[in-house]
Design a protein around this ligand. Structure first.
Ligand SMILES: Nc1ncnc2c1ncn2[C@@H]1O[C@H](COP(=O)(O)OP(=O)(O)O)[C@@H](O)[C@H]1O
Ligand SMILES: [Mg+2]
Ligand SMILES: [Zn+2]
Length: 530
């Protein structure tokens, strides 16, 4: 029968345990000197040897001929514990036995002396999962355990344990295992298993494993299932590092401020059943790698990827600023938090990637700093003159959006004569009436065009003749409305609310008119035009 590598290669003596010498030497010494405590607490991240050491300790404490504090693995007790004929070492998974009753049963049983061994040992794994009642019940036993009972509690989340439990145990903190220790153990296991493991591949696995020996052995297992000759490519495929081109594509388009393309990549991933929370985490990790490259001279130690990918990361990092990277990570972290409770994860993700493409969208300090930085650069480059206002005025004319032409969707009435156009009428506001149905229109857009709704957050609308003029402070609105079917979505919604077919325009605020009428501005403009 095939046994997975990490089970098959569970260390059987303290000497076999890698990278936890600060713990194993103390434990072996305690066994040797007969000073085994009544309660231990093993903490540390997963796959670092907690359960393994608990088993070794339980065996060593009961072994008939311990060798330097290690179990002999030969005597009747060691063998009986290994093959399950002796039942005095009891492993309890607190995740599934977390109630008061479970602990009461344990206390009852603990009163009987063991049959074949000196000590009955309870190994309680994931002990932080116990209920409060169960902790209290356990506390009583920990305070005055029968002489023949030992406890070994193990947990990855020590901060969840009550102080009363902590104070009654001898605590050992397991460290993440270093990549060097992991790769040498991997090479040893591979040799015994006749797996050809290249050195680079062993190092790559050890970095992916992030300190967990169990994960490292699982990856080696997967690789050896594919081929007996394990290279970095094989590792990269088996561990799911490869095939992340879409992350490079997304970031490329984010750097180029191209929301349309980014949305279409997200749409494709969504159609391929990609989980949005995972995508968000992957993007954060991608940006983290770019951040490390921007800040550290020799980033390869801190980044888990193949040499080939490292080059791609470096190229991408060259094309952006650390400032932008940090701001993207902030936005994505917010997105990750929102995704947990969001009922429409795709929309949440879309809103966030739009923010990444258009940094001005986010209202936080980084966005404001980015805008100031841009203004400063423009000032330095002498690009800002009052004359530039001309360009803005141009932009704020009602846009005949592309969707206007899609007459098959909503037939539009013939355009009004030139003089009636809102651009020409922009000095008179008497003809504008606030459009009171705008809230209803937004509600409809909430269903038909969520990204647009995100941009229209604080907007209002006015009616001027045939035109519906939208007033929106968001700087990207005018650009956004020209893309895709957004304008049409608005028109349909307006039609549904009013029963009338309006043409769309952008409302020019009073302030911008005021600036235009400012005599000083006129003067400066004239000077600029000299
Ligand atoms: N320090 C270590 N040295 C050698 N192998 C280890 C070590 N830690 C974990 N392993 C490997 O990982 C597997 C799972 O380890 P385990 O002790 O169950 O981890 P946990 O800390 O999650 O309880 C073991 O069977 C063994 O193969
Ligand atoms: Mg464990
Ligand atoms: Zn023994």
């Amino acid at each position: 029968m095939y046994r997975v590598l990490y089970r098959k290669w569970r260390p059987q003596t303290f000497a076999d345990v890698v990278g936890q010498e600060h713990i194993t030497s103390t434990l072996a010494h305690e066994v040797e000197s007969g000073k085994v405590s009544h309660a231990y607490l093993f903490t540390g991240s997963r796959g670092t040897g907690k359960t393994t050491c608990a088993k070794i300790l339980a065996k060593a404490a009961n072994c008939l001929n311990p060798v330097d504090g290690n179990p002999c693995n030969e005597c009747s007790v060691c063998k009986g514990l290994d093959d399950g004929t002796i039942l005095d070492v009891i492993e309890i998974d607190a995740a599934s036995n977390n109630g008061v009753d479970n602990i009461r049963d344990l206390r009852e049983e603990a009163n009987y002396t063991p049959v074949h061994t000196k000590y009955r040992v309870y190994i309680i794994d994931e002990v932080h999962m116990l209920s409060i009642g169960a902790f209290n019940a356990l506390l009583k036993t920990l305070e005055e355990p029968p002489a023949h009972v030992k406890f070994i509690l193990a947990t990855t989340e020590v901060h969840k344990l009550p102080a009363t439990i902590l104070s009654r145990c001898q605590r050992f903190d397991f460290h993440r295992i270093t990549p060097e220790n992991i790769s040498s153990r991997l090479r040893y296991v591979a040799e015994c298993e006749n797996i050809e493991l290249e050195d680079d591949a062993a190092i790559l696995i050890s970095r992916i494993a992030d300190g967990a020996m169990r994960d490292a052995l699982s990856i080696l297992d997967r690789c050896s299932g594919i081929t007996n000759h394990v290279t970095t490519d094989v590792v990269s495929n088996a561990a799911g590092l490869a095939g992340k081109d879409y992350l490079f594509d997304l970031v490329e388009n984010i750097n180029n401020n191209n929301p349309a393309e980014v949305l279409s990549i997200v749409a494709k991933l969504h159609n391929d059943s990609c989980d949005m929370e995972r995508l968000c985490t992957e993007l954060i990790n991608h940006y983290r790698n770019l951040m490390i490259i921007k800040t550290v001279k020799n980033p390869q130690k801190l980044i888990v990827c193949t040499d080939l990918d490292l080059e791609l990361y470096k190229k991408q990092a060259d094309k952006t600023t650390l400032f932008k990277i940090l701001s993207c990570i902030t936005t994505l972290e917010e997105c990750a938090a929102m995704l947990k409770s969001s009922s429409n994860k795709r929309t949440q993700m879309e809103m966030s990637v739009i923010k990444l493409c258009i940094p001005d969208m986010s209202g936080d300090n980084t966005a404001i700093l980015a805008r100031i930085e841009r203004l400063e650069n423009m000032l330095k480059g002498g690009k800002i003159t009052v004359g530039a206002k001309q360009e803005n005025t141009e932009k704020e004319k009602p846009v005949e959006t592309k969707a206007e032409e899609k007459k098959e969707e909503i037939p539009l009435p013939p355009p009004p004569p030139e003089t009636e156009s809102p651009a020409a009428a922009d000095t008179s506001t008497d003809t504008d009436t606030l459009f009171t149905g705008w809230g209803e229109v937004l509600e409809k857009l909430n269903v038909t065009d969520k990204p647009l709704l995100g941009i229209l957050g604080t907007s209002s609308a006015y009616i001027r003749g045939d035109f519906l003029l939208i007033k929106c402070d968001n700087p990207v609105f005018s650009q956004f409305i020209r893309q895709g079917s957004h304008a049409n979505a608005i028109k349909i919604a307006v039609y549904e609310v009013t029963g009338k077919k309006f043409r769309l325009g952008i409302y020019k605020s009073e302030e911008s008119k005021a600036i235009k009428n400012d005599p000083l501005a006129d003067l400066v403009s004239k000077i600029n035009n000299l």
